[in-house]
Design a protein around this ligand. Structure first.
Ligand code: DGL
Length: 268
């Protein structure tokens, strides 16, 4: 592993680009290799075993690209496959997920508050946030709600209109999320609807977007291992396992700049 090696980032689709974007802002000298597993989206309603199989295949691609770190920019894959990915990658690269930095943030800033969580069925069903909080000796209750309609809605770019506002409100009115003081956006697609979620709570709950928290944790990890790059050199690369023009448009919406997607099939 060398400091000039790229950072590998993956997600089921475009959601991880919200994290990649934050990484690029926080660490402008780093080169990214992104993999969006669009052929298998959504991960959130798949079994843990299936998500593990996809994640390992993607790690092969990122390792072939010489990545010094693999950032699992997907809560569902972080919940289902982090331990396996870490064991699989071994000493070839560092591995970071999007859940541990948020759990640490909550312990540092919100351990006395009532916290809510929204995410995919996989993330919420795994109870990974509770498990990680308890493992750090923090026993605060977390009120979690699976919100499975949100990922397809966001991937379709269908998220700034009255109907999407109603879907978001319908979820957030759920009794599980009453009287919370902070809400974790437990899916990397959700930063795209952060404004709608914030306007629903009218300032009464902090909306926690993991992307910047994770980017800072990545910076600390690379600094601790003396692996920070001093110049980005070659351009970033973006792979998808299936390509459609609407995906191209979504990618640019998520990353907020022009990007070129390369197709890379995981299984022939
Ligand atoms: N963006 C992902 C997450 O954080 C995955 C969503 C999905 O594919 O269902 O969970």
């Amino acid at each position: 592993m060398q400091h000039s090696d790229p950072i590998g980032v993956f997600d089921s689709g475009m959601g991880g680009l919200t994290v990649a974007n934050a990484v690029k802002k926080t660490l402008p000298n780093e080169r990214l290799v992104y993999f969006g597993d669009s052929a298998h989206l959504p991960y959130g309603d798949k079994s843990a075993a299936t998500i593990q199989a996809y994640s390992v295949k993607i790690c092969d691609v990122l390792l072939q690209q010489g990545c010094k770190v693999i950032l699992i920019a997907c809560n569902s894959a972080s919940a289902a496959a982090y331990d396996l990915v870490k064991a699989y990658v071994g000493s070839k690269a560092l591995v970071l997920n999007v859940i541990d930095p948020v759990v640490q943030y909550i312990i540092d800033k919100h351990s006395d508050k009532r916290i809510g969580l929204i995410g995919t069925k996989q993330t919420v069903g795994s109870e990974v946030y509770d498990t990680k909080l308890r493992a750090r000796n923090c026993h605060m209750p977390l009120s979690a709600l699976a919100t499975p309609l949100l990922v397809p809605m966001i991937e379709e770019g269908f998220h700034k209109n009255e109907i999407s506002d109603q879907i978001i409100a319908q979820y957030l009115q759920n009794p599980a999320l009453q009287n919370i003081e902070a809400l974790i956006l437990g899916c990397t697609h959700y930063p795209l609807i952060k404004k709608q979620v914030e306007s629903f709570f009218k300032g009464n709950a902090e909306v926690i977007d993991s992307s910047l928290i994770v980017a800072k944790a990545l910076r600390e990890l690379l600094a601790a291992k003396s692996l920070l790059s001093d110049s980005s050199g070659a351009p970033d690369k973006f792979f998808v396992s299936d390509f459609t023009p609407s995906f191209q448009a979504a990618a640019e919406l998520f990353f907020q700049r022009e990007i070129v997607l390369e197709k890379h099939v995981l299984w022939e």
